[in-house]
Design a protein around this ligand. Sequence first.
Ligand SMILES: NC(=O)c1ccc[n+]([C@@H]2O[C@H](COP(=O)([O-])OP(=O)(O)OC[C@H]3O[C@@H](n4cnc5c(N)ncnc54)[C@H](OP(=O)(O)O)[C@@H]3O)[C@@H](O)[C@H]2O)c1
Length: 188
Amino acid sequence: MTEPDSRVTIHMAASLDGFIARKDGRVDWMETSDEFADGKTMEPGFVEAFLKTIDCYVMGSRTYETALNFEAQGLGWAYGDKPTFVLTHRELPRTRETIEFYSGDLAQLVNGRLRPAFRSIWLVGGGALSAEFLRLGLAEEVRYSILPILIGEGIPFFAGLDRDVALHLAEVNPYKNGIVELRYEVRK
Ligand SMILES: NC(=O)c1ccc[n+]([C@@H]2O[C@H](COP(=O)([O-])OP(=O)(O)OC[C@H]3O[C@@H](n4cnc5c(N)ncnc54)[C@H](OP(=O)(O)O)[C@@H]3O)[C@@H](O)[C@H]2O)c1
């Protein structure tokens, strides 16, 4: 049986010109310094409580490799002890028990495997996979955190999307560090 209100959220942070990483995958530009006096503060307690509401993560292999690199640099693993599904056709290192590799039909993964088991399903990148999720109509929500920077070129948030996707703007949150979080619902 499917979780009655299961929800797939696509969440990433991007430059104002719509890139999630430089062409070579670097995300060094994410360390911005800005101040927006009227913005909200991201309270650690709130973030912690919010992360608890996420039931599982889904990501493409290149995002997984970036996460492994971060971990190797001592920056930690951002996905806690939540089940994490990594899409790949390759043999990649499985560094923790919560990781499961999947290859093949995305609709089967989401509707056949994830929705029956999880309520809040977060697709955390990258651009290739987020476009594929939207193209297949597999996501209900897009959360887009815009950083106060332009980087000119890079990997786009929705790489290779081949059709229009109508959205409903549901929430706008500006923060003191200049990041604006937009939450959209995908119109069916
Ligand atoms: N700014 C942010 O918030 C943010 C968030 C996430 C990632 N990023 C950045 O984005 C970059 C990665 O994004 P990306 O668009 O290049 O790649 P990606 O979406 O992370 O990964 C694409 C890969 O996923 C695998 N894949 C996709 N669909 C599949 C399927 N149906 N079955 C099996 N495997 C499938 C393929 O891997 P194989 O080739 O292994 O088969 C494909 O090459 C990284 O540089 C990362 O740092 C940024």
